[in-house]
Design a protein around this ligand. Structure first.
Ligand code: 6GU
Length: 227
């Protein structure tokens, strides 16, 4: 999968070199390119934003700069993800569908966001025809300083679902927020007793049917408490 991230803070993406995602890049399964939006500007101050038409607080990112950055990335068969707290809420089902695409482009807005004409422009019929799909996405009901951290969250959730990225693909089958919506059951390892607290007996029984039933019940109890 090809992934482009456009940002004024490329350093935010340093953690993408670590752990599973770092390995996936070394293996050639994921090809992540981070683009510095400021390098696209042509004025002496490297301006990326201006005051909003209609007034109000904050600054809005310039469509001209974003257009220059995105034009070469949005040729065909590509999903453009515009990060905004006003977007559609990211969840596991969305991660699963994005994990199947060939090319993701993350547009990381700062300030009060990106001039809405950028979304409008790349949503036009000629782009739809070439396979450009535009999504506005939020990762939750809180406001971040910008889309960089949200992009990292999405990239991690999406790329670990790509075949070959996880060491043990079986860990995808059992996990929390799986397709049946249960949160994962509690887990235990050695020692059998720690600070006076014992591992539940059932897990030592060797009865795989009963263990599976117990885990399902525990997961359902957790899901009830979480919601
Ligand atoms: Cl995608 N961006 C910002 N700035 N804040 C957010 C968000 C995105 N998702 C949740 N909060």
């Amino acid at each position: 999968m090809k992934i482009d991230a456009v940002t004024i803070f490329p350093e935010y993406f340093a953690p993408a070199q670590l752990s599973l995602l770092g390995k996936a890049q070394n293996k050639g399964i994921v090809d992540l390119a981070v683009h510095d939006l400021r390098s696209i500007t042509s004025d002496n101050h490297n301006t990326v934003d201006d005051t909003p038409y209609g007034g109000g607080a904050g600054m809005v990112m310039l469509p001209e700069v974003w257009g220059k950055a995105l034009d070469p990335l949005l040729i065909s068969d590509v999903d453009l993800i515009i990060l905004t707290p006003a977007g559609k809420r990211f969840n596991q089902a969305m991660a699963e569908s994005f994990a199947k695409v060939n090319h993701l482009v993350f547009a990381c807005g700062r300030y009060e966001g990106i001039d809405d004409r950028v979304r409008q422009y790349y949503s036009q019929p000629e782009f739809v025809k070439s396979g450009v799909r535009v999504h506005e996405v939020s990762i939750g009901d809180y406001v971040l300083g910008g889309g960089e951290v949200a992009s990292l969250v999405m990239i991690e959730a999406i790329t670990r679902l790509i075949p070959g990225v996880l060491g043990n693909p079986e860990s995808l089958m059992d996990e929390s927020h799986n397709s049946d919506g249960y949160l994962e059951y509690p887990n235990f390892t050695k020692p059998q007793e720690w600070r006076g607290i014992s591992v539940p007996e059932i897990l030592l029984s060797g009865n795989h049917g009963e263990i599976a039933k117990w885990r399902k019940l525990q997961a359902q109890e957790r899901a009830k408490k979480a919601h």
